[in-house]
Structure formats: structure tokens, C-alpha cells
Design a protein around this ligand. Structure first.
Ligand SMILES: Nc1nc2c(ncn2[C@@H]2O[C@H](COP(=O)(O)OP(=O)(O)OP(=O)(O)O)[C@@H](O)[C@H]2O)c(=O)[nH]1
Ligand SMILES: [Zn+2]
Length: 293
């Protein structure tokens, strides 16, 4: 039989059968021997035993996989951001979006807490860069129907810095969902880490969504990095300029005659997006070749 792993916890994999009652499966020994690590989102073959327990037999080929959050086969990454406390650093958005680009995974930028702050600058940056960009409020319900339309029939992972309202949005999408949410704690404006593991949920409109633990800049520092020379292709709005630089192999950092830098000067590329590119480039340069994806 086949199903999707919804949750992995304490050595059990909870496999969805489409009926709302997941089967708790253990992995066969060969998984350990072959160093196969089943991920939430994996499509798996499993056998149902007489006592109702299940055993994972194999993992079907993955369309994509991510380390943080640890999920596979994601159609869409929904990056939740906020212009209100805790305010999202655009670098965090660019960091996860850059990982997803070119991996058969759409990115949607969803700015929450619209009731508190319209986040106009953030909205324009991602709109202009070419991402589907939404503004919502889990509190008032504004924009939630539009988001529901965006995720219908797809597997989406909700990600974003801690306290932006990922769990609140899921609760707003599906009243009665009752995911635990946390008060944004202390003056630092960090959210409390209420979501501790990755789990996929099947919503009534057929959407499958993953709530994932909120991350901090500490976590993003430990995320995988793309190769420096590949990074330019993971910033989608750079594309029209990449072949127009004076020098072949231009890194678009501070080279003379760089078409990307010219586009930043002309206002066609947002300075914050280019700054994120430079920061990632410098980071990737520091990492040994074998650690890069
Ligand atoms: N005013 C307002 N408050 C919101 C909104 N969305 C969430 N909040 C509040 O923000 C706080 C954090 O919300 P959560 O849903 O727990 O945030 P999270 O992103 O899931 O947090 P982690 O699990 O730590 O990653 C809670 O106090 C929510 O009530 C919103 O649209 N407007
Ligand atoms: Zn250049």
C-alpha cells in the first residue's frame, strides 16, 4: 500500500491513508543499514500487519527535499513574514527562497498581521521580484480566502521566523483546527517556540500543509547553502541581467560594468534582495565545497 508520511515522532512514521486515521509505521531494518532517512512528505510503500501496525517497505523517488524544515515533495513553500513584531528580516525570506528556487518548488510570500502593519515596503519588494505575494491577517481574516485558494490541492510547507503567526494562519484557514499558538514573548519580540516538529495536515479543501518550527537567524546560519556560482540563478529577478555584465564570470558583487548592480542602481532590483545575495555569496565562499548543495 502507498501513503504519505504526515509526521515522524519517536521512531514512528504516521502514514496517511486518506481517511484521516494515519497508520503508525516502523521502518524496516534495511532503512538503517542503507542510511535511508524517511522524511515527512515522503511517499512510501508500507505493509499493514494483522495487529493494525504498519511497516515501511520503501520510499518512492522524491521530487525535492529540504533539511530545515525537514520535508520532502513540497509543491510550494509559503514563507510567512510580518511587518509587526516580530518584524521579519528580509534576509530570512531570501535565505529560504534561494534554497527552494530551481527545485521544483514554488515560493509564495505571505505577509501576516496586516491588521497591525501593512508592511508596504516588504510587499513591494517581493511583488516586484516576481513572487506571488499576499497580505493576510490571521486575527481579522483578511486575505485568508485568497491564501486558501493558493494552497488548494497542493502540498505546502509554511515557514517563517518564530512568532509571525504560522499556526494562527492555519487555525484561520481551518476553524476548529486548534493548533497551539504562543504569545510573542518579551521585549526582544521573539515568538515562543510552540511548534516543535514538522507535521503535515490535510485540510478540508484538499490542501496538505506543513506547520514547521519557526526559525531564528541562528537556524538560518545552519541551513544548507547553494554553491556561490549557482546563487545568481536563485534570485529570479536577476535573470534578465545575467548575460549582460561586462566580464564573464561576474559575481555581481562590486564588479565594473555589472548589469545586476546597474539594475539595483536603476531601482529594478530591490537593494535588500541584492544585499541578501551578497551575504549568501560571502557565506557560501566560506564553506568547503563538499558541504554545499
Ligand atoms: N494582531 C495579530 N496578531 C497575530 C496575528 N497572527 C498571529 N498573531 C499573534 O502572534 C503570536 C504568535 O502566533 P503563532 O501562530 O504562535 O506564531 P508561529 O509563527 O506559529 O510561532 P512559532 O510556532 O514559534 O513558529 C500569537 O500571540 C498570535 O495571536 C495577526 O494576524 N494579527
Ligand atoms: Zn554582474
Amino acid at each position: 500500500m502507498q501513503g504519505i508520511i504526515l509526521k515522524a515522532l519517536s521512531g514512528f512514521y504516521y502514514v496517511d491513508r486518506g481517511d484521516g486515521v494515519p497508520v503508525a509505521c516502523r521502518a524496516r531494518g534495511k532503512f538503517r543499514h542503507q542510511k535511508l532517512n524517511p522524511l515527512v512528505g515522503d511517499r512510501v510503500d508500507y505493509t499493514l500487519l494483522a495487529d493494525g501496525a504498519g511497516v515501511l517497505d520503501g520510499i518512492l523517488p522524491r521530487k525535492n527535499e529540504f533539511q530545515r524544515p525537514a520535508v520532502a515533495n513540497i509543491d510550494q513553500l509559503v514563507v510567512i513574514a510580518s511587518g509587526a513584531v516580530p518584524v521579519t528580516d528580509p534576509f530570512l525570506i531570501d535565505r529560504v527562497v534561494s534554497l527552494a528556487e530551481g527545485r521544483d518548488c514554488q515560493c509564495v510570500v505571505c505577509i501576516n498581521k496586516y491588521d497591525l502593519d501593512t508592511a508596504q515596503a516588504l510587499y513591494e519588494t517581493y511583488q516586484k521580484a516576481g513572487f506571488p505575494t499576499l497580505r493576510v491577517s490571521a486575527e481579522t481574516g483578511v486575505g485568508i480566502a485568497e491564501l486558501a485558494g493558493r494552497i488548494a490541492g497542493k502540498v505546502s510547507a509554511f515557514t517563517g521566523n518564530s512568532g509571525v503567526g504560522k499556526s494562527s494562519i492555519l487555525n484561520a484557514l481551518e476553524p476548529g483546527f486548534h493548533l497551539q499558538t504562543g504569545q510573542v514573548s518579551d521585549k526582544l519580540g521573539r515568538g515562543r517556540h510552540t511548534t516543535r516538529h514538522v507535521e503535515l495536515f490535510r485540510l478540508k479543501n484538499g490542501a496538505i500543509v506543513a506547520d514547521t518550527p519557526g526559525f531564528s537567524s541562528f537556524d538560518t546560519d545552519r541551513m544548507e547553502l547553494r554553491r556561490p556560482e549557482e546563487l545568481q540563478y536563485t534570485f529570479r529577478e536577476f535573470a534578465p541581467y545575467l548575460n549582460r555584465c561586462r566580464f564573464t564570470g561576474c559575481a555581481h558583487i562590486k564588479e565594473k560594468g555589472c548589469a545586476v548592480l546597474q539594475a539595483v542602481a536603476d531601482g529594478a532590483i530591490a537593494p535588500s534582495r541584492h544585499a541578501s545575495y551578497v551575504r549568501l555569496y560571502e557565506q557560501a565562499k566560506e564553506v568547503p565545497e563538499w558541504e554545499l548543495k
